[in-house]
Design a protein around this ligand. Structure first.
Ligand SMILES: [Zn+2]
Length: 135
């Protein structure tokens, strides 16, 4: 038996569930530039998939883009023209900063505010890590 066989045997022993639970689909934005604004049509849906408040996600995005924006029902309206690539990249950055647990990397977390600090509380491993404060 060579090394590859050993590796295969090792891998096959990992239950499939371990792969499934670590698989995490990043929600994609559906947006369009209208005049001098960018509309994200499925904004509430994206925030919902991340289990986050759309206002918090919007705050992050407008700060990163140095612009302003408003929530309009299920969509967000941003001042300025931004491509889908830029917006999707920001969602990925938001996930890394405010959704994934710093200890176990699972997305099953919630934001907890204590005093003036925000923590990412993990429902999988129980870790509580400080998150960057959004001003
Ligand atoms: Zn964790």
């Amino acid at each position: 038996m060579d090394y590859d066989d050993l590796l295969q045997r090792g891998l096959s022993k990992i239950p499939e569930k371990a792969f499934k639970s670590s698989k995490y689909e990043t929600p994609q934005t559906e947006s369009n530039v209208i005049g001098s604004k960018t509309l994200i049509y499925n904004f509430k849906d994206v925030a919902g998939k991340l289990n986050r408040d759309p206002n918090h996600l919007l705050k992050f995005i407008v700060r990163e883009l140095a612009t302003s924006g408003t929530l309009e029902d299920s969509r967000a309206s941003l001042q300025g023209k931004f491509s889908k690539e830029v917006l999707d990249e920001l969602v990925v950055r938001y996930i890394k900063s405010y959704v994934l647990c710093n200890s176990c990397n699972k997305p099953d977390t919630k934001l907890v505010r204590e005093d003036r600090l925000t923590f990412i509380a993990c429902e999988v491993c129980g870790a509580k890590n400080p998150a960057k404060t959004l001003l």
